[in-house]
Ligand binder design. Structure first.
Ligand SMILES: [Zn+2]
Length: 289
């Protein structure tokens, strides 16, 4: 192995630039002279001013820490294990495949995958709190603050595996970033995810199926290769239930938290649907080699 700087898939986010970014000691730079400082904790913020307006939509520190605490207790373990196992088994041509996690959160999926497979791992999250947490925990991987549901800060056809666990993603951007024969691995909440908690807090057992909509929006760019369900059931105490509220889509609404205060232990289902896609051949993509 040479001592060359690792090739990166990251692209400059300055408007109309898009050139490759190279990592230095203190910053990432593009050939056009645009510079993005590396934060003290090790992540890089690639958000542009037009993106920052929505930055408050990123997960708060409380939410990131709540999810990390849950995972420490084994809550959500089945999904992380399933995604890591699937991604580790995927066939790719590159010796050091670029793997990008969209909505990387605490960084556990990418960090654990890097423990079982040699990858160049890049985690992208809108939340600086998430990027900071992930960079502290897994310092050898690349952690980026950017908006994963808009234009991805990635070079065309540079990524072997894209992972999206309960995050937002733009299917056409995923297809642009993926190499020919690249993989997209997506997990979304299944209809019965947290159903017991939602029933107690919202008063109704609403089960919303998002799978068909997901397939429809990806169909123009991807072929479905596998579909599965990951489900775990845990008996959770009040602290864990509050962390679930903080760490999920419900956020930390005061009235919800008060209702959880009134609960004792509760059996809660965590359920996700998992989809594995391959990119359809793109007329713009270089042919597979
Ligand atoms: Zn640039």
């Amino acid at each position: 192995m040479g001592n060359r700087a690792p090739a990166s898939a990251l692209a400059c986010t300055v408007r109309a630039c898009g050139q490759p970014l190279t990592r230095g000691d203190r910053a990432w730079t593009c050939p056009g002279g645009h510079t993005f400082d590396i934060a003290r904790s090790g992540y890089v913020n690639l958000l542009q001013p037009q993106d920052r307006r929505s930055a408050s939509a990123g997960d708060s520190k409380a939410s990131v820490e709540a999810r990390a605490r849950l995972l420490d207790r084994g809550v959500g373990r089945a999904l992380v294990d399933d995604i890591v196992r699937r991604a580790a088994a995927l066939d790719v041509a590159d010796r050091l495949p670029v793997v990008v996690d969209l909505g990387s959160g605490s960084g556990d999926v990418l960090g654990e995958l890097a423990g079982v497979r040699s990858i160049e791992g890049i985690g992208i999250d809108l939340s600086t709190a998430a990027a900071e947490h992930a960079a502290h925990t897994f310092p050898t991987l690349t952690w980026v603050v950017a908006n994963a549901d808009r234009r991805l800060p990635l070079l065309d056809h540079s990524v072997s595996i894209l992972v999206s666990v309960h995050g937002r993603r733009n299917p056409s951007e995923c297809a642009r970033a993926l190499k020919t024969n690249g993989w997209l691995l997506v997990a979304i909440p299944a209809p019965d995810d947290l159903v017991e908690l939602r029933e107690r807090v919202q008063g109704a057992r609403v089960e919303r199926d998002r799978g068909d909509a997901l397939l429809a929006e990806h169909a123009p760019f991807f072929t479905l290769r596998e579909r599965g369900v990951v489900r775990e059931r845990s008996r959770l105490d009040r602290d864990a239930l509050k962390d679930l509220l903080r760490g999920t889509y419900r956020g930390e609404r005061r009235r919800d938290a008060e209702r959880v205060d009134a609960l004792g232990d509760l059996d809660v289902t965590l359920a996700s649907e998992v989809f594995l896609f391959t990119a359809l051949p793109s007329p713009l993509a270089p042919s597979a080699s």
